[in-house]
Design a protein around this ligand. Structure first.
Ligand code: NAP
Length: 242
């Protein structure tokens, strides 16, 4: 029996990552679903993936921790290489820089940038050897426009956009495409506490986005329809940053 292509999604237990898992399963991928600690939420996503007739392997590890990343992925990549990697795991630790402590700075950079580096390194050789792969990094409007109170998060996401472009140039000859999707304000736990009266006036389409609206763009970039796109940043932000 032919094996399904695999998509590895980091931070897939909730929000945007969970929507990406459902969309890619619907599109025919088996899912390797990473998350950090939300086991029950991850099991529910696995169940939803199963409803699409696809297999879901749960992989709880901290993307910013080198030993954990290697421990979880090294045994798997001995026999399989994902066709698609979505670097989505992340969080924000907002605050004005004047009051920001070192952990808030370092942890935010680490989850987004070390996470990208460590997880991508694990699958890149396999992709290069096989001469196919799609790497999709979830950036943020904050990394493009800047947002007061998010100096750490903006730096991380701007860094991720730079990394996306450089890696795209490095691996294009190996037939690997690397792109970023840059969401604006999306309805997830991460944005649950935001004051809508201050947020909505900043969004020309007049509403927050849904995780599924980001997931569809990731699905497109993972598909054969995006065969000539690499090194790009696709914004999904309702016009919040042009
Ligand atoms: P969310 O609902 O809070 O989900 C975050 C996911 O990341 C969870 O599955 C969480 O797992 C996982 N995670 C966090 N830290 C991790 C770590 N160190 N190792 C492994 N997994 C980790 O967040 P979201 O809003 O969907 O955000 C997803 C991505 O989109 C993030 O990169 C975020 O920066 C980006 N983004 C979001 C928005 C927005 O408006 N929501 C806008 C722009 C960009 P556990 O629950 O198990 O910790």
């Amino acid at each position: 029996m032919a094996r399904n292509d695999i998509a590895l999604i980091t931070g897939g237990s909730k929000g945007i990552g969970a929507a990406i898992a459902r969309a890619l399963a619907r599109d025919g991928f088996d899912i390797w679903l990473n998350y950090r600690s939300g086991h029950e939420a991850a099991k529910e996503v696995a169940r939803q993936v199963g409803e699409s007739g696809r297999f879901c392997k749960l992989l709880p590890f901290d993307v910013a921790d080198s030993a954990s990343v290697k421990g979880a992925l090294a045994p798997l990549i001995e026999t399989d290489t994902p066709l698609v990697l979505v670097n989505n795991a992340g969080f924000s630790r907002d605050g004005l820089l004047a009051w920001m402590e070192e952990p808030e700075w370092k942890e935010t950079l680490s989850v987004h940038l070390d996470g990208f580096f460590l997880v991508t390194k694990m699958v890149l050789f396999g992709m290069l050897k096989r001469r196919s792969g799609r790497i999709i990094n979830i950036a943020s409007t904050s990394g493009q426009s800047g947002v007061a109170g998010q100096t750490n998060y903006s730096a991380a996401k701007a860094g991720l956009i730079g990394a996306t472009k450089s890696l795209a140039l490095e691996v294009a000859k190996g037939n690997i495409q690397v792109n970023a999707v840059s969401p604006g304000f999306i309805e997830t736990e991460m944005t649950a506490g935001l004051p809508l009266d201050r947020v909505l006036p900043r969004i020309p389409l007049g509403r927050m986005g849904k995780p599924e609206e980001v997931a569809e763009v990731v699905g497109f970039l993972a598909s054969g329809k995006a065969s000539y796109i690499t090194g790009q940043v696709l914004s999904v932000n309702g016009g919040a940053y042009l």
